[in-house]
Ligand binder design. Structure first.
Ligand code: AMP
Length: 360
């Protein structure tokens, strides 16, 4: 099949419906506008950041059937910027409009246990893990995984939330209680030398492209900085891209996906998790590459061929959390490109914007 065989790419002026209205939906909307498209944001919250730059906003819960139906009737194609959308919403929408990435990618990524098993079944190594369905399972899991380890809720964890690190002598039951005794996995804490991620885009025809891998620094589970080049061995970068390609192919994925890895001292890679969407560790791509991740995602879901991922600059991307984004703009802007997300409330730890410094 060639692009000529595809149903027509979305026509200029067509509307892309985006489920979720955070900063990712906002940056997707800006990229869509540059390509001549309109966006319609669907978000349960008041004042979603993406609503400031989109043409339409629906404010409704993800289980509001009537609102979902109205939304579907007003858009041409649908994508999402957030993985915790109930798959039931997609079930309803997918009968009405094309949705990319598809339901399976969303479903797998929503549950850490399903996700880790999926990655393993593809032949990708992960940190050792054991499911913890109930407080009774915890003792056996601790004996199996050992210390130090990390207890993670299977669902709804993000930016370090829904996790508890366990050391010898800790009150393990209290840690599980702090996570509401939710179904969890217990994972061995791995002594990685660094973390990298692959941002990959795949089109309707199955062609895919990986950006150069960034090296990512997290603090308290939140991404603080990404550096490109990652300064990892070329073979490590190559293996990570091949792993991401295998994952995207297995999901018959259309759009941008991010796969995160731990790199061990011997150069081996452990896959941690993937996000079926544009990703924070790819926020440097619009400033450094021929085609940024947001445009790339819009191209893929709108049925265009992918853009060139050649990188022209070495970069450092830093997230601005909480009131870091309130620093005088001239200080932030001196030698960097600033993006702010238009969020009203600079709560501690909240992602408010990011800076990209071009180093070459
Ligand atoms: P996650 O929510 O799984 O992406 O975890 C957030 C961050 O916590 C990761 O990016 C790592 O920095 C750290 N982390 C998570 N799991 C592990 C692990 N098994 N071993 C070491 N560090 C981890």
């Amino acid at each position: 099949m060639t692009h000529a065989d595809l149903p027509q790419a979305l026509v200029t002026g067509g509307t892309i419906g985006i489920l979720g209205g955070g900063q990712l939906g906002r940056m997707l909307s800006v990229a869509a506008a540059r390509l001549g498209y309109r966006t319609h944001i669907y978000d349960p919250g008041a004042h979603p950041p993406a609503g400031q730059v989109a043409q339409d906003v629906t404010t409704a819960a993800f289980d509001d059937v009537a609102a979902l139906e109205r939304f579907a009737a007003m858009v041409d194609i649908i994508t999402y910027e957030f993985e915790n959308i109930p798959t039931r919403a997609l079930d309803l929408l997918q009968d009405r409009r094309p949705i990319n990435p598809g339901r399976q990618a969303l479903w797998v990524s929503q549950d850490r246990l399903v996700e880790k098993r999926f990655l393993r079944d593809l032949g990708l190594a992960t940190a050792p893990f054991v499911p913890v369905a109930s407080p009774e399972d915890l003792t056996a899991a601790l004996a199996q995984v050992g210390m130090p380890s990390i207890l993670k809720t299977r669902r709804f964890g993000y930016d370090g939330k829904g996790q508890a690190r366990l050391e010898t002598g800790d009150d393990y039951e209290a840690a599980h209680r702090s996570l509401g005794h939710a179904p969890c996995i217990l994972e061995a804490l791995v002594p990685f030398v660094c973390e990298v991620s692959v941002i990959i885009a795949r089109d309707h025809l199955g062609a895919s492209r990986c950006y150069d891998v960034p090296r990512n620094e997290h603090v308290n589970g939140i991404l603080r900085r990404s550096f490109v080049p990652a300064n990892v061995d070329a073979r490590v970068a190559d293996r990570s891209c091949r792993a991401a390609t295998a994952l995207a192919d297995a999901l018959d994925y259309v759009g941008v996906l991010a796969l995160e890895f731990f790199v061990l001292a011997d150069g081996s890679l452990l896959a941690n998790e993937f996000a079926p969407r544009v990703h924070n560790s790819g926020h440097w791509t619009p400033e450094a590459c021929a085609t940024g991740q947001f445009e790339q995602h819009v191209r893929a879901v709108a049925g265009w061929p992918l853009g060139d991922v050649t990188r022209f600059h070495d970069v450092e991307m830093a997230n601005l959390l909480g009131d870091e984004a309130l620093a005088a703009p001239e200080d932030l802007l001196e030698d960097a490109v600033l993006t702010l997300y238009g969020k009203r409330d600079a709560k501690p730890g909240r992602k408010m914007g990011h800076l990209v410094k071009r180093l070459s």
